[in-house]
Design a protein around this ligand. Structure first.
Ligand code: FMN
Length: 223
């Protein structure tokens, strides 16, 4: 049975939202998966920065314009500061193969200003082709970007929405060949599933990372 939720259900307490990072109860209730990737750039001291992101999406602005919307960027994070200083960054997409995802997660625990975060996490930094930013060699897709604009979505928010324009795409040829590794399934794109909660009981469902598979059994019928 479908149910309406016009305001925060008691089962998702305000304290719970605060404890889980200050996210809106809507997020825990909907738990919509989002693509998982790592944003890399140079910190002002010349050290590599790496920032896991997953509140993001991608849109075409025209034949040659591809824009990434980072929905929720912390204003005080290294990534935002690096992006504003250099104007560029790279979006790096890991798979779970060869522990690449696990190593990307380790960038979070190696986040000191003085740390080269890519190498400290056991990954390899390589030079990007088009922008002055390091990119992660082990990631199967790297999107090199320039900063377009930023907006605050809500008054008093600690985060900003940032738009980036793609300048170069570097992709493993075995990934864009669906007959080889391909982009989907177990070893393909990763999606973050953020803390799903039952809004009636307050019960948490398992959260973490997931993959998607193309379902050929669902026909594409518009009429
Ligand atoms: C699955 C996952 C998704 C994340 N998504 C975001 C995000 O969308 N925006 C953000 O600012 N931080 C996000 N974070 C937190 C940052 O990755 C983390 O705080 C990072 O260490 C900050 O790095 P920085 O200080 O170099 O920017 C996420 C963390 C995880 C584990």
């Amino acid at each position: 049975m479908k149910k309406d939720f016009l305001s925060r259900p008691d089962a998702i307490s305000e304290q719970r939202c605060i404890n889980y990072g200050g996210f809106s109860w809507h997020e825990f209730m909907t738990a919509i998966p989002e693509p998982f990737f790592v944003v890399t750039g140079w910190k002002a001291n010349g050290k590599q920065n790496a920032c896991v992101q997953s509140w993001a999406n991608f849109v075409s602005g025209g034949i040659d314009d591809f824009v990434c919307i980072l929905g929720n960027v912390y204003k005080n994070g290294h990534m935002y500061r690096s992006l504003r200083k250099t104007g560029v960054c790279v979006l790096n997409f890991p798979s779970i193969d060869a522990d690449v995802y696990a190593r990307c997660i380790k960038t979070i625990g190696n986040n000191a200003y003085e740390t080269d975060e890519i190498t400290a996490a056991g990954l390899t930094a390589e030079k990007a082709s088009k922008v002055n930013a390091p990119r992660i060699k082990e990631c199967f897709l790297n999107i090199e970007c320039e900063f377009l604009w930023k907006r605050a979505l809500c008054a008093g928010s600690k985060t900003l929405t940032v738009a980036l324009k793609a300048l170069n795409i570097c992709m493993d040829s075995d990934r864009y060949d669906q007959s080889k590794l391909g982009r989907y399934g177990k070893g393909g794109y990763l999606f973050h599933i953020h803390c799903p909660v039952n809004p009636e009981t307050g019960e948490d469902a398992p959260y973490g990372i997931g993959t998607i598979a193309l379902d050929h059994s669902i026909p594409w019928k518009t009429k």
